[in-house]
Ligand binder design. Structure first.
Ligand code: AHM
Ligand code: MG
Length: 332
């Protein structure tokens, strides 16, 4: 249709959001503004990430630099940047962040939205110049606007997300998001300081030949999972594992593949967090025609019971996820 033509040359993220907003003339525009706030913080974090090695902002939190300022780790900086952007924007009433033990109540009762965010994911890769990411979920609060926030506003199952996205700080920086009408990807043009639509209406291949799992912990795999991995090898699939969820997910979304973080002895419920890691990617996956499951149920149907709860994650191309689930549900 003519939309695809319009998007093919130089459509900035701002224009794209505006165009989408115009499709809903009665919408207030607050979600659009919220997405723009996130994009702005992403640009700042991108800048910090790019100069991390130079600016002496890698390394341990708590050290002091030559100016006597406290050095901060990049994930702490990212948390501050995103929290600040979401606070100043005024659309958000509460934030759940991987970096904060408790819910951040912004005391902004007129804010309609709750955001769950992992400001900088891929901790083992932050200091070694390998792709890292930001993951975010946006919910509409369930209690009336104007009243204090409640736990019910926070503990919503993933299927109630109104938008979700990720930023990949990779060989180029990308922002990928959905508002429930497909998935669109934008690539950052450094010199212009703008995200441009580069991946309109992203669709995941229904199958693929990449499997992504940390095989270093294979001693902890269930029998079914071990058999599935053996099956991947028998098919000569490629093993690809960066150890940054966003990067591994993004590659598999484009090329076709499966990402698995299973339950292990160390992490009986898996390692990844439901509210700000699994849910957002599950929503994007489904919107792109892929799937996300915890081994028993759809990730988006899990009713959260605690803020930082973990979940096993089987996510990626439909055929591969379903095959993996068949293997792991067999008793022997
Ligand atoms: P983090 O939130 O501490 O960064 O951990 C999440 C990361 C994911 O990005 C990645 O997929 C996974 O942990 C890798 O874990 P492992 O090193 O156990 O394979
Ligand atoms: Mg994380």
């Amino acid at each position: 249709n003519d939309n695809s033509l319009a998007y093919s040359v130089g459509v900035t993220l701002d224009r794209f959001i505006k165009k989408k907003q115009d499709d809903f003339p009665f919408a207030s525009g607050e979600l659009s503004q919220l997405l723009r706030d996130i994009a702005l913080a992403a640009k700042i974090v991108n800048r910090e990430t790019n100069r991390a090695g130079l600016a002496n902002i890698g390394g341990a939190f708590g050290q002091t630099n030559v100016q006597g300022e406290e050095q901060q780790k990049l994930d702490v900086i990212a948390n501050i940047r995103f929290t600040r952007a979401l606070t100043k924007g005024g659309e958000v009433c509460a934030i759940v962040s991987e970096e904060d033990d408790e819910v951040i109540d912004l005391q902004n009762n007129s804010g309609k939205y709750v955001v769950a965010i992992d400001p900088l994911d891929g901790s083992s890769n932050i200091d070694v110049n390998i792709s890292i990411g930001t993951i975010f979920s946006i919910y509409r609060r369930v209690t009336p606007v104007g009243s204090p926030i409640q736990l019910d506003d926070i503990m919503q199952p993933g299927r109630q997300q109104v938008a979700a996205g990720y930023v990949l700080y990779g060989s180029s920086t990308m922002l990928v998001y959905t508002t429930g009408c497909g998935v669109n990807g934008f690539t950052y043009e450094q010199s212009l300081g703008e995200f441009f639509l580069s991946h309109p209406d992203m669709k995941a291949p229904s199958s693929g030949n990449i499997y992504s799992i940390n095989e270093g912990i294979s001693n902890s795999f269930s029998e079914g999972l071990a058999k599935y991995i053996a099956h991947c090898k028998s098919k000569n699939y490629s093993a690809r594992y960066i150890g940054s969820l966003v990067a591994d997910f993004h590659r598999n979304l484009l090329k076709g593949g499966i990402y698995i973080y299973p339950e292990t002895k160390k992490n009986p419920s898996g390692k990844l967090r439901l509210l700000y890691e699994a849910n957002a990617l599950a929503y994007i996956a489904e919107q792109a025609g892929a799937e996300a499951n915890d081994g028993v149920q759809r990730i988006l149907d899990i009713q959260p019971t605690s803020l930082h709860q973990r979940t096993p994650l089987y996510i990626g191309s439909k055929v591969m996820v379903n095959e993996a689930l068949e293997f792991i549900s067999k008793k022997s």
